[in-house]
Ligand binder design. Structure first.
Ligand code: ZN
Length: 191
């Protein structure tokens, strides 16, 4: 299935942009966004192997070292916390009274853990059951295991956080509209 520019829609012209890591890319002639030409090709197995196990240099010397995994969090916790402090300061500068926050694609819950003492209702959603279970058990976080398209909130939210998620979505425009509908007046979405 060919992908159209998620910003400009199916009517925008595109041009071939080249090939990276075995994937053909297109570039939108209207807005300049570069995106996958199609999604027919299955995702490389190495991605899931690396993502599930973190990096094991002896098994996969060229494995990509993904960042937000427990082993790396434990090893570089001060780096993580510094990064999260900067994010949290930006959020509070944009909204002075964040009482409810939803971390969409919260992974193992590291950012939620950072803010949970400051936010009355801090929750996450995550489609990876292993990561969600980890976040619940280690940090006592409230995590729903479902995609954003199926999440409903009883109250509008002050803050949505969605980091390293948008570029993985099949229909990012649909998800952004869903986010807008979940926000309280004056609420903020952090990407
Ligand atoms: Zn475009």
């Amino acid at each position: 299935m060919q992908i159209h520019c998620p910003t400009c829609g199916p009517d925008a012209d595109r041009a071939a942009y080249g090939r990276r890591s075995g994937y053909d890319l297109s570039r939108c002639n209207s807005c300049g966004l570069v995106f996958l030409e199609s999604i027919e090709k299955p995702i490389a197995e190495e991605f899931f192997r690396d993502a599930a196990g973190g990096s094991d240099a002896s098994e996969a010397p060229d494995a990509i070292e993904y960042w937000s995994f427990p082993a790396l969090y434990d090893r570089y916790q001060t780096v993580f916390e510094g990064f999260f402090s900067e994010r949290w300061n930006r959020l509070r500068a944009a909204h002075q009274d964040i009482r409810s926050l939803l971390d969409i694609g919260c992974g193992y819950g590291f950012f939620l853990r950072h803010v949970q003492a400051d936010v009355a209702a801090a929750e996450g959603i995550e489609i990876d059951g292993t990561a969600a279970a980890y976040a619940r058990q280690r940090f006592g976080l409230a995590i729903s295991i479902k995609p954003i398209e199926r999440y409903t909130t009883p109250e509008p939210l002050d803050c949505l956080v969605m980091c390293d998620v948008l570029e993985h979505l099949r229909e990012p425009d649909v998800v952004l509209r869903r986010c807008r509908d979940m926000l309280a007046p004056g609420g903020i979405l952090f990407l």
